[in-house]
Ligand binder design. Structure first.
Ligand SMILES: Cc1ncc(COP(=O)(O)O)c(C=O)c1O
Length: 462
């Protein structure tokens, strides 16, 4: 038996959770008659039931019974300013009174696009979408259309949304697509490489002359759950240039978080195409694809050739750059650009990771909290000899053990324990905003300590 298969199943924390949040239990019963599994996003699956939130402000949110939680979801990573930042709220309220959808071009969309061009180093042109999934879908179509080739290289563990092209190799075992219902040809068009493995990418590029692009999360898989190796992005840039293949950075999470211009600014590597979402739209729905002008031109109507109607890349989308999302996006990006939100959230992230690792040391369990900037990950019951005393960008622990290694049962127990202590995290890790304060870190460390000691007692944390 490995350390990761210690006793599981509902324990003390789950039972106490069920007793403490009866209103959420009731709501979930109602929801199960409406939605598959009672939820509207797979990541919200939670046993014994999910918590139902009624309001949020800053770094906190509250359920209908008045329980307060420190929030490490912060809008699935979209709210780096925290919930209800006054400038974003004012901009959205102002726009609400002026209309939410004009079915027409409007000045705010230009201002929003100009901000993307200003902040993101690779962005020469931009096109807004309604989500990150749509952004990567368009990025791949642009790459295929520009190169006239069909295949792509994707890395194991990396996540790019839920359209058919990108559902291969997301969770272990990486050999299996993570969903049924995919077209065989689409599955076959995705070539997988282990993360950080430049030799495999080189071999795939040499053996296949029909590869359009390489796509990756530049932080490493799942916003750094499997950290990117130092120098890997540079190696990938050189190799893709050598083979005439496009490089796509999926900066849906890292954009406007790791630096104002995202990971490409932080690491000084310029991709051909970038997908964006989350912080881009200030907590409202929105995404974008941006990149080299000669690639983005494929979206252009050309007057001289019957508007090249069936040659240009087709791109409608009812809510693309809708005024409400644009108003939130402009306000949020202005704050990100001019304020110190990225730095403050990163400092808090550093302090949180340090505090949680101190708790782990006190408890003497083989867990570890790691991550970069305003992101943290909890590795449970691992067998890494460095036990968290490593340099993040130098992580050489088995990548297959880094992502989803603990199993859902233990993740649910961890989340129950943390929520009982007033903390909501989206699994083993989360995102930090500039609204999180020292007192939140202290409370999180206390909740983590109390949770760990119960899990240890039950033999689930070792
Ligand atoms: C790296 C990455 N790409 C794409 C997506 C998909 O974005 P959305 O949920 O807006 O469709 C996500 C979502 O979390 C993501 O983390």
């Amino acid at each position: 038996m490995t350390q990761n298969s210690k006793p599981s199943g509902p324990g003390k924390l789950t039972k106490r959770f069920a007793e403490t949040f009866p209103r959420s239990a009731e709501l979930w019963e109602r929801a199960r008659a409406v939605f598959p599994s009672g939820i509207t996003h797979d990541a919200r699956i939670m046993l014994p039931f999910p918590i139902y939130i009624e309001k949020a402000k800053g770094a906190h949110k509250w359920d209908g019974e008045g329980h307060q939680f420190i929030d490490y979801w912060v809008g699935h990573g979209g709210l780096i300013l925290g919930h209800g930042h006054p400038k974003v709220e004012a901009a959205v309220n102002h726009q609400l009174g002026r209309g939410t959808h004009y079915g027409a071009c409007h000045e705010l969309e230009i201002a929003w696009g100009e901000m993307v061009l200003d902040l993101v180093p690779s962005a020469q042109r931009v096109r807004f979408t309604s989500s990150g999934t749509e952004a990567t879908l368009m990025a791949l179509r642009l790459a295929r259309s520009f190169t006239g080739r069909e295949k792509m290289i994707k890395f194991e563990g990396h996540f790019h949304g839920w359209h058919d092209n990108v559902l291969m190799g997301v969770f272990p075992p990486y050999e299996t697509p993570i969903s049924p219902g995919l077209l065989e040809g689409v599955v076959d068009s995705c070539l997988l490489a282990p993360p950080n493995d430049i030799e495999t990418v080189e071999r795939l590029l040499t053996e296949n002359n029909d590869i359009a692009c390489v796509i990756l999360e530049p932080s490493g898989a799942a916003y750094g759950t499997i950290p990117g190796r130092e120098g890997f992005l540079q190696e990938l840039r050189e190799l893709t240039l050598k083979h005439g293949v496009l490089l796509v950075f999926d900066e849906v999470v890292t954009g406007f978080r790791l630096a104002r211009g995202g990971a490409q600014e932080l690491y000084g590597v310029i991709p051909d195409i970038t997908s964006l979402a989350k912080i881009l739209a200030g907590g409202l729905p929105g995404g974008a694809v941006c990149g080299r002008q000669d690639i983005m031109e494929l979206l252009e109507f050309k007057l001289e050739s019957d508007w090249n109607r069936f040659k240009k890349i087709y791109h409608p989308g009812t809510f693309n750059a809708n005024p409400l999302s644009a108003s939130a996006g402009v306000a949020a990006l202005t704050e990100v650009k001019e304020g110190d939100h990225i730095e403050k959230a990163a400092e808090t992230g550093h302090s949180l990771r340090r505090k949680l690792n101190e708790v782990i040391d006190d408890q003497g369990v083989s867990w570890c909290v790691y991550g970069q900037s305003s992101i943290f990950h909890v590795l449970m019951n691992h067998q890494c000899p460095k036990r968290g005393k490593c340099d993040y960008s130098d992580c050489d622990y088995d990548y297959k053990a880094l992502k989803n290694s603990a199993g859902l049962d233990l993740i649910f127990e961890l989340r129950c324990g943390m929520m009982l202590g007033g903390v909501d995290m989206p699994g083993p890790g989360g995102w930090i905003s500039s609204a999180h304060e020292d007192a939140d870190m202290e409370k999180t460390a206390r909740a983590f300590g109390e949770t760990l000691s119960v899990l240890k007692e039950e033999g689930k944390a070792v």
